[in-house]
Design a protein around this ligand. Structure first.
Ligand code: TPP
Ligand code: MG
Length: 645
């Protein structure tokens, strides 16, 4: 069943039903999928009432005789899909035939199914709409698994459609058979195996509804080949029965009241804002709450941009590589107002010593998250935007922001004394400088998509994020290879935006074949490879914790060899390839890349290898142990820190 638990047992009785279903009757002709009116898929609608509101208000389509494959394409058109990323193969082949006729659904042929999955994620994360990927059975489906797991951990709404072997041969180790439903059971919000063509429309409608409502996430629809080739009847909308699936979006007034009381009584509150705030589209209401209460805030790695970085009360990102003010404010707070965050171990460090004095308000749309890691004093189940709006309502006539002035002054003092920074190396190019300049020269309207590693942390630290969905990355899974295909998906969804993939030399080598997809399909992303010739983040740990024994982290991509030569690789794909090795060339190289908008651009920024990500809290220790450089704790001004430290 879908992942959300339900607080009210009465809700379990409810059935989500689309009415208006007409009895199937024979139709005289088989239409092209394009003959069905396209409908817009509503983004960011988290509610789930009696009608699946994530689905468009579709005028009913009279029943017509089609094949299962045609029914699938008609269903995708009817839920408003405009883009599918995928690769065909035997079991899914019947679906690719009617797809050729669809003028509403654009299929983008990728070079690896993992790329299709991440592209669907990038599409979804940039827009809030459901992203779609498609693959054949067996290895095609298993190649999607990493991206599905990634979407699960970061609550990204995607639907993965896979072909399956003929239903009669399921379980016989048939050619290209894999139990993809079983494999993805723990990493999908829900999944379906469809062997009856008549069930295709309802499965697709349900999949999109589940992916987009409540806590967003991946849904897999596995369809056997014989279901795709069978004759069936298509009509829309189908009946969708999801007993027990009724995500609670409206917070309980009693809990809001209790939260408002804790906020009014606090002296040292912090707004701890997580990725749920981005997924729920809560940025405007959050800004209002911050203005009203004047409470300092932090945004996690998944929430960068939820509140503009330049806001004076923004203390930065918390966690292992968080800013000193953000980490310290959480440690010393007496109240955490937790909004769509999940007390991830990368944020809390040693859980037992995390924010020891703090009471906790914990709001999340997924009740399973609340009190999972840290006991909540006031649990609130609901959509974050709705929770914040209700909190504003409860506080607006009765909050005195001057109550928090001493605390605000302390936190802004930490911000002044411990800005996130870096030292410029005597030799070689500073990776932080490159990333800082990309952000400064491109601006906040662009979308920035990171890989995983040091460059990801620097991209989180040194670009100012001023709008939600301008920062995409793999936070929960930490999937190397996310960046290029996710950037491709984001650029497909929003072609007028500049989209930067800020990637590592290691990550880039995992999925760079999607540059071919970008060139052929006119998706001109910009890729900045932060080339330190190493698996840099792993090397940093070897420097700090393994006595500088660099076991298997040298990639030979810049130092001593260029294997591969990224400029030549870019050229081979039909991209523009540029190289930059000196600080004085950084601005001109970025400017050149910004001028090229007809083909993808790849810049090989050859940077120094020994730069490290600071601040850092080593894994598993208390956040009190935050270090700002190697073996260097922040030097606190004890007198100004007050008695209670
Ligand atoms: C698929 C996958 N394999 C392995 C890892 C472990 N890992 C985390 S960061 C990293 C190094 C990344 O190297 P690179 O892309 O060059 O980035 P850098 O840290 O050098 O900026 C590795 C191997 C991972 N996160 N994902
Ligand atoms: Mg590297």
């Amino acid at each position: 069943m879908p992942r959300e638990r339900h607080t009210d047992p009465a809700d379990q009785e409810q059935v989500t039903t689309v009415t208006n279903v007409q009895a199937p009757k024979a139709a005289s002709r088989i239409p092209s999928p394009a003959q069905v009116t396209p409908l817009q898929h509503k983004a960011r609608d988290r509610s789930a009432g009696d009608v699946p509101q994530a689905l468009p208000d579709t005028p009913p389509t009279p029943p017509i005789q089609v094949t299962g494959a045609q029914s699938l394409v008609l269903s995708l058109e009817s839920v408003g899909v405009d883009t599918v990323f995928g690769i065909p193969g035997g079991a899914i082949l019947p679906a690719y035939d009617p797809l050729l006729d669809s003028v509403k659904v654009r299929h983008i042929l990728v070079r690896h199914e993992q790329g299709a999955g991440h592209a669907a994620e990038g599409y979804a994360s940039a827009t809030g709409k459901v992203g779609v990927c498609m693959a054949t059975s067996g290895p095609g489906a298993t190649n999607l698994v990493t991206a599905i797991a990634d979407a699960f951990l970061d609550s990204v709404p995607i639907v993965a459609i896979t072909g399956q072997v003929n239903s009669k041969t399921i379980g016989t180790d048939a050619f290209q058979e894999a139990d993809i439903r079983g494999i993805t059971m723990p990493i999908t919000k829900h999944n379906f195996l469809i062997t009856n063509a008549d069930e295709i429309p309802s499965a697709i409608a349900a999949a999109f509804h589940i992916a987009a409502t409540g806590r967003p996430g991946p849904v897999l629809v596995d369809i056997s080949k014989d279901a795709l080739t069978a004759k069936t009847t298509f009509s829309w909308p189908p009946q969708v029965d999801l007993p027990g699936y009724r995500p609670v979006t409206r917070p309980h007034p009693k809990q809001i009241k209790a939260a408002a009381e804790l906020i009014r009584a606090a002296k040292k509150p912090v707004l701890y804002i997580g990725g749920g705030a981005i997924r729920s589209g809560a940025s405007e209401s959050l800004k209002e709450l911050v203005e009203l209460t004047q409470i300092p805030l932090v945004t996690t790695l998944m929430a960068r941009g939820a509140v503009p970085d330049t806001h004076p009360l923004h203390l930065g990102m918390p966690g292992m590589h968080g800013s000193v003010p953000a980490v310290t404010a959480l440690q010393k707070a007496d109240l955490l107002i937790t909004l769509g965050a999940r007390f991830d171990d990368r944020v809390t460090g040693d859980l037992a010593s995390f924010a020891p004095e703090a009471k906790v308000i914990h709001a999340d749309i997924d009740p399973a998250e609340i009190s999972k890691n840290r006991q909540a004093d006031v649990p609130i189940v609901g959509d974050i935007d709705e929770v914040v709006r209700e909190l504003i309502g409860a506080l607006k006539d009765d909050i005195d922001p001057s109550r928090f002035t001493p605390w605000r002054e302390r936190t802004t003092g930490w911000k002044r004394d411990f800005p996130v920074g870096y030292t410029t190396p005597e030799e070689g190019l500073s990776p932080q400088y490159v990333i800082e300049r990309i952000g400064a020269l491109t601006g906040p309207d662009a979308t920035y998509v990171a890989g995983v590693g040091q460059h990801q942390m620097w991209a989180a630290q040194f670009v100012d994020y001023e709008r939600p969905n301008s920062w995409l990355n793999s936070g929960g899974a930490g999937t190397m290879g996310y960046s290029v295909p996710a950037a491709m998906g984001a650029k497909t969804a929003e072609p007028d935006r500049t989209v930067w993939a800020i990637d590592g030399d290691g990550c880039f080598q995992m999925t760079n074949q999607e540059l071919a997809t970008c060139v052929i399909n006119n998706i001109p992303i910009k890729v900045a490879i932060i080339n330190n010739s190493s698996l840099g983040m792993v090397r940093q740990w070897q420097t700090l914790f393994y006595n500088e024994r660099y076991s298997n982290t040298d990639l030979h991509t810049a130092i001593g060899a260029r294997v591969p030569d990224f400029v030549k690789l870019a050229d081979a794909y039909g991209c523009v390839g540029l190289r930059c090795e000196r600080a004085e060339d950084v601005d001109a190289t970025i400017a050149k890349a910004l001028e090229i908008n007809d083909v993808p651009v790849v810049i090989d920024f050859v940077v120094e290898r020994d730069a490290m990500v600071w601040p850092m809290v080593p894994a598993g220790v208390s956040n009190d142990m935050v270090t700002v450089a190697r073996s260097m704790a922040p030097v606190w001004d004890r007198e100004s820190e007050g008695e209670d430290d």
